[in-house]
Ligand binder design. Structure first.
Ligand code: ATP
Length: 429
């Protein structure tokens, strides 16, 4: 089977130009060159191709160096893995990509269950067999006259057509238990079934989940929380009893499911007021996902989960904060804006955002949303300098007066500069 026309219609002309250029160089050096893995799967499914995984049967670093010599740019090699990052010269950069990864075909073996693999240079056959699922083990050859030729050693095409996620061998999940999470993620993403024989491998591998490092298991969960249907993935993982083995406090109940259900339609703080949100405040979808998922847990539960998953410091602070906001949220009903602001200012903005997103009571939602988009930016026109000019003795009174003026704006007691000045006169009288 040849996928030349799919390649030509799915890739941008810039991407194709680079591919052809690399393929030409590979042909001249006699190195078989392939796209492998997820990009082939997505090419066949007609889904958007995010990044091209280019694999060379031979020395990818040497190939990258020849390419840089001929076309410009520079190469960062990673000799341990036989991979090279080519920083493309200006003329070859595309809108979406300034670098290209070239990977040497390799074999991977596992010294212990759940350990990281031992990597050695290998043949394309090895490289295909080290992969997780048949649908991710397809390759398309690019060099010479073979451009577009599909290599399907393990029946991946058939599984793609039938919608099946199938592990490559019986030890797959024992070697790498993260693959169980990947299987569910792909199955739910594409609406595929997990092969019965693959599901049957789960019980033997489940006890090995606890051996996975915090970083590896958290990465899988991050990837899941980036999925458009994260809620479905987590529900399936809970059904398959793959959450509790990570940590007994990690569950997925209906209220969690409800909170995460529409995550993919959420555009972040932008919907509130794009001008009032700084770049640094924009949360990754996975972080918002964690907050929505875990907000109903107690502080102790969050702390216990952190011992297993090692959240980043920012996310952990937001998790503690949102767990607290979740408990006290109804106490915000009926408060004046100034009172809401006073309380919310001690919380990370991500926690307020998540709590506002998930709140069932519209009054709570409005309070948190207004705080994020408007209230927190409201300041009196009077400044400390003005107070100095008016002869007020510097000291704690400055903060008291300025806070009183700000609250007056927040609560609608003053609406104009004149009214603020009049209130200031009263306060200083
Ligand atoms: P996604 O669309 O989720 O990014 P992807 O298939 O591109 O999917 P990557 O995590 O970028 O996923 O991995 C690229 C390829 O590397 C996979 O398609 C698969 O062939 C292989 N791979 C990734 N993780 C594993 C793993 N844990 N075990 C075996 N092979 C893996």
């Amino acid at each position: 089977m040849n996928l030349k026309s799919q390649l030509e219609s799915s890739l941008t002309s810039d991407q194709l130009r680079i591919l052809r250029l690399i393929a030409d160089e590979a042909s001249q050096t006699g190195l078989p060159l392939y796209i492998v893995g997820g990009s082939v799967r997505d090419l066949i499914l007609g889904a958007a191709i995010k990044d091209l995984d280019l694999t060379v049967e031979g020395d990818a670093i040497a190939l990258a160096r020849v390419l840089a010599k001929r076309h410009g740019g520079r190469v960062t090699p990673h000799s341990k893995f036989g991979t090279a990052k080519w920083f493309l010269p200006k003329e070859l950069r595309t809108e979406t990509s300034e670098t290209l990864d070239l990977i040497s075909a390799r074999s991977e073996t596992y010294k212990h269950p759940a350990a990281l693999p031992t990597v050695k240079p290998g043949s394309m056959d090895d490289d295909i067999r080290r992969r997780d699922f048949t649908i991710n083990a397809l390759a398309v050859r690019l060099d010479g006259a073979n451009f577009g030729e599909l290599r399907d050693d393990l029946g991946g095409m058939d599984d793609l057509k039938r919608g099946i996620v199938r592990a490559l061998h019986a030890r797959s999940f024992i070697d790498d238990p993260t693959r169980m999470y990947r299987a569910v993620r792909y199955a739910e993403r594409y609406g595929f079934k997990i092969a019965e024989e693959t599901l049957a491998l789960i019980p033997a591998a489940r006890p090995l989940i606890e051996k996975l490092s915090a970083q590896r298991i958290r990465r899988e969960l991050d990837l899941i929380l980036e999925e458009w249907n994260a809620a479905a993935v987590l529900a399936r993982l809970a059904d398959l009893n793959l959450l509790r083995p990570i940590h007994p406090e990690l569950t997925f109940d209906p209220s969690m499911q409800e909170r995460l259900a529409n995550l993919h339609t959420y555009r972040g703080l932008q919907h509130l007021s794009p001008r009032n949100v700084t770049e640094g405040e924009r949360m990754r979808n996975s972080d918002l996902g964690w907050l929505l998922w875990l907000m109903s847990l107690s502080q102790e539960q969050v702390s216990a989960l952190n011992d297993r998953l090692h959240f980043t410091a920012d996310l952990l602070a937001s998790l503690f904060a949102v767990s607290n906001l979740y408990v006290v949220q109804t106490s915000f009903v009926g408060l004046k804006p100034s009172q809401c602001v006073e309380r919310l200012e001690s919380y990370p903005i991500a926690a307020v955002e998540a709590a506002g997103y998930a709140a069932n009571d519209p009054r709570v939602k409005e309070c948190f949303d207004e705080y994020i988009s408007k209230w927190r930016y409201i300041k009196p026109h009077t400044t400390g300098n003005d107070l100095k000019t008016l002869g007020v003795e510097p000291g704690p009174q400055y903060a008291v007066v300025l806070c009183r003026l700000r609250n007056a704006w927040l609560d609608g007691e003053v609406k104009t500069d004149e009214e603020e000045k009049s209130l200031l006169r009263d306060l200083l009288a």
